[in-house]
Ligand binder design. Structure first.
Ligand SMILES: [Zn+2]
Length: 549
């Protein structure tokens, strides 16, 4: 009798468990955020038919996929993009409005993350350390650390230091990036007083060297690049960052490091959820050199498709299916090449920063009837103003207004001063909204220009660029995969600031301090233990009309 009752009870329990088989718990072992540096949202559609089943298609075909994700700000660059993803907020909240800016205290241009209070560790290299000291908002990683009183571990990896640092935040356990010359992995004393032994062992082995002297071939065997060490025309050696970093071997190198970090730090093996952010820099390094429509970019996307597939199967081996969540996005897109614009009769300008600076200085010198260096530097389309060069009775905001006027007669559609952006004195238009979202208190006096569509600065080895308030620079992938997400294609327009608050609500933690994003409730699966009947939220199989051709 007792045995029979027990059997019935067991059967009921098993049935209840089975009901929750497709539901999620709020504590996956690991959350991975993959940020591809310079990866336009349309690439996922463009190459979809060529992708294998387990790479990008994991996201587009089996995940919650948002094909219309656009940054709603003007400053579409690496540092602001990573800060925006992590904080779920735009530049007025997190402060990062450019990769570098003028520092009035030090009277020089500084990078968004350089921090003279810290030192680089991991290898013998020159230069100051780096930290998130300029961030003005908390991140998803910070909230995870707070919610678990530091038990959750948060790590960032990228070839670029700003990407590893800004995507993780203040309380991260570590951010790792490479020394441009040697490829050795570095971190800073902000995170730890000494490099872990495994890091030194990784750098001491052949991890970096094995990607030198390699040939990168297209699927049809065409040689696309070689990583044999060589010199620039000026006799200086091409640094590892460019040599290997502009090929798929750069992404291999990052995934190798990510696997090592996961195993050495035992990420995802604790009682609480850990977070790993991997920013894949190689696509941006190559993208600047080749432009978005080159065969190399296609080959890079197809290679990354395989690399992501391999990494996901590694995660499956480590944690088991359904025990991790993985998110895909990018920090910005890129403009079509000027050659493409010309071919298609698109009216693009191709200014040079140096030319623009001297034209603006000439115009201001004649207007003010005094020769002067009124413009310090141009980080197109941002112009840094040397307010000290203006007459003493001219205020900083008047100096900015003078420079803005000069910009309007030198190729810009419009130009907004930092003062205007600070006070919200912008046109009540969609464009005005983008510039409102681009303000930062940093950088001394400056003006942000509105370039004409398709215009950008091309100089040196960079023939393509980004940084404009237009769709080609704002459009990025956004997709979630894991039991917490309801598979489907969600075509409403969303923003990268929605990523952090969506993950936060599903992890059951606070959203980042200043996040203004929307929780993407349409993509949320039913939570285990919820008393909501499972039938209320059926997982939505993809309708045939939504599938890809
Ligand atoms: Zn870039």
């Amino acid at each position: 009798m007792f045995r029979a009752k027990l059997a019935v009870l067991l059967a009921v329990l098993l049935a209840a468990l089975a009901c929750f088989g497709s539901a999620y718990t709020a504590n996956p072992k690991l959350v991975v955020i993959l940020i591809i540096d310079q990866f336009r949202g349309d690439y996922l559609e463009r190459y979809h038919s060529e992708f294998g089943p387990n790479g990008f298609r994991l996201f587009t075909d089996r995940g919650a996929y948002f094909p219309a994700c656009y940054y709603q700000y003007a400053n579409t660059r690496t540092a602001p993009g990573h800060a925006t993803i992590a904080t779920g907020a735009y530049s007025p909240a997190h402060g990062i409005f450019s990769n570098d800016w003028w520092d009035p205290a030090q009277k020089r241009m500084v990078s968004s993350v350089e921090d003279s209070a810290t030192k680089l560790i991991g290898a013998e290299v020159e230069g100051v350390g780096a930290s998130p000291h300029n961030l003005l908002a908390g991140t998803l990683g910070d909230e995870l650390r707070l919610a678990t009183q530091g038990q959750s571990r948060v790590y960032g990896i990228a070839l670029k230091e700003r990407a590893a640092i800004l995507s993780t935040g203040y309380s991260a356990n570590g951010a790792f990036w490479i020394d441009a010359d040697s490829g050795a992995w570095l971190t800073s004393t902000y995170y730890m007083s000494a490099p872990p032994r495994w890091l030194l062992a990784f750098n001491g082995g052949d991890s970096a060297k094995k990607y030198l002297n390699q040939e990168w071939k297209d699927t049809d065997g065409t040689l696309l690049a070689s990583t044999a060490p060589h010199n620039f025309d000026n006799g200086k050696p091409v640094p590892y960052y460019e040599l290997v970093g502009s090929t798929p071997f750069g992404n291999d190198y990052e995934f190798d490091f990510a696997r090592e970090l996961i195993q050495q730090e035992k990420l995802g093996y604790g009682a609480v959820t850990d977070l790993l952010v991997i920013s894949l820099s190689a696509n941006d390094i190559l993208g600047h050199m080749s432009g978005p429509d080159a065969p190399e970019m296609r080959a890079m996307a197809l290679a990354l498709d395989r690399q992501i597939g391999d990494f996901v199967s590694f995660l499956n081996q480590q944690y088991g299916q359904g025990q991790f969540w993985i998110v895909l996005t990018a920090d910005h897109g890129v403009a079509p090449l000027h050659a493409t614009d010309k071919h298609l009769n698109l009216p693009a300008q191709s200014p040079s920063s140096a030319d623009l600076r001297s034209r603006l200085n000439q115009e201001l010198s004649s207007r003010l009837r005094k020769q002067g260096e009124y413009v310090r530097s141009v980080s197109y389309p941002i112009v840094f103003v040397n307010s000290e060069a203006f007459p003493p009775n001219v205020s900083e905001s008047e100096a900015e207004a003078d420079v803005a006027e000069a910009m309007k007669s030198n190729g810009f559609l419009n130009a907004f001063t930092k003062e205007q952006m600070s006070n919200g004195e912008l046109p009540p238009t969609p464009l005005g909204h983008l510039y409102l979202n681009s303000y930062s208190p940093y950088g001394g006096a400056w003006v942000m220009g509105v370039p004409t569509p398709f215009s950008y600065v091309a100089a040196g080895i960079d023939i393509a660029n980004h940084g404009a308030p237009y769709s080609y620079d704002q459009h990025v992938p956004l997709a979630f995969y894991g039991p917490a997400f309801k598979p489907g294609v969600y075509r409403d327009q969303v923003e990268p600031i929605d990523l952090a608050p969506t993950l936060a609500v599903m992890l059951g933690i606070n959203k980042p301090t200043s996040s203004s994003g929307r929780v993407l409730t349409e993509a949320i699966a039913q939570r285990a233990g919820s008393d909501e009947p499972a039938s209320a939220r059926p997982s939505r199989p993809r309708a045939p009309k939504e599938s890809h051709p």
